[in-house]
Design a protein around this ligand. Structure first.
Ligand SMILES: NC(=O)c1ccc[n+]([C@@H]2O[C@H](COP(=O)([O-])OP(=O)(O)OC[C@H]3O[C@@H](n4cnc5c(N)ncnc54)[C@H](OP(=O)(O)O)[C@@H]3O)[C@@H](O)[C@H]2O)c1
Length: 243
């Protein structure tokens, strides 16, 4: 039976790497036959990632949506259910950061960050969890950050949003334990992705690469159903980039 996997923010960076690693597992993991539902706001990114996923033999569908908009979340969930009948896995990866000193952060920076990292993640999780709770199986990943438990000076609003995501992870786990749903909180340190803009070579050497995060995520999914990998903390070997 097809496994229906929704990945938000699948057009770039960590989400793209997760989509590609799930796609590669189609040929290598016995019995794994996924439909990957790739979500982001930029259609061209999604089309290119979907084509690459298909080249590995995976079925890939694209859904252009802004997760900050609950109507678009509802459409994503309802059209996935209409088309594929269920949802087996949600990777809550889409997220944004505005990195500035405290005094420079604006109300727009605050609202934009919270609308995606908190509101979008909450309502998509709420809708998908209801499906998993009813069928008593499923796996939800949250790509939070080490900034979900460690503060950085230039990341006050981002840290608020990530600490908040960790609150949701811990609350939803209380429900998930009673209905056989696995919850994994993935907390990466610095990863070289478009989120950082142009990264100079000397900084790149202090960062992880997206595939360093996607591999353990996909491995956690393939753990026996009786086992939930509750947390993955991944840091560059030299530690966090100084703030
Ligand atoms: N890079 C790091 O160092 C790092 C470290 C720890 C945690 N993280 C977390 O990992 C996640 C992925 O980060 P990344 O570095 O891969 O970022 P990225 O390279 O900027 O990619 C983010 C992806 O999310 C999508 N996205 C953003 N806002 C969205 C929205 N409102 N609706 C739908 N899709 C949206 C983007 O596409 P569109 O803009 O086209 O929508 C893009 O595909 C984030 O939650 C981030 O906080 C990153």
């Amino acid at each position: 039976m097809k496994q229906v996997i929704i990945i938000t923010g699948a057009g770039k960076g960590i989400g793209k790497a997760i989509a590609l690693d799930f796609a590669r597992a189609t040929g290598t993991q016995a019995g794994f036959d996924p439909v990957l539902i790739l979500v982001s706001r930029t259609l061209a990114d999604l089309e290119s990632v979907a084509a690459e996923c298909r080249s590995y033999g995976a079925e890939a569908d694209i859904f252009q949506a802004n997760i900050a908009d609950t109507l678009q979340i509802d459409l994503l969930v309802s059209s996935t259910l209409e088309r594929y009948g269920t949802i087996d896995c949600l990777v809550n990866n889409a997220g944004v950061g505005r990195f500035k000193p405290l005094a420079e952060l604006t109300e727009e920076d605050f609202d934009y960050t919270m609308s995606i990292n908190l509101k979008g993640t909450f309502f998509l999780t709420q809708r998908v969890f209801a499906v998993m709770e009813e069928k008593r199986s499923g796996h939800i990943f949250f790509i939070t950050s080490i900034a979900a438990e460690t503060a950085f000076k230039s990341s006050s609003v981002y840290c608020m949003s990530k600490f908040g995501q960790k609150g949701l992870v811990e609350a939803i786990r209380l429900y998930a334990k009673t209905c056989n749903v696995r919850i994994t909180n993935v907390m990466p340190g610095a990863v070289c992705t478009p989120m950082w803009g142009e990264v100079p070579d000397n900084m790149k050497s202090l960062m992880m690469m997206p595939e360093d995060i996607s591999r353990p995520v996909v491995n956690a999914y393939f753990m026996p159903q009786r086992t939930s990998v509750e947390e993955l903390v991944l840091r560059p070997v030299s530690g966090d980039i100084p703030d």
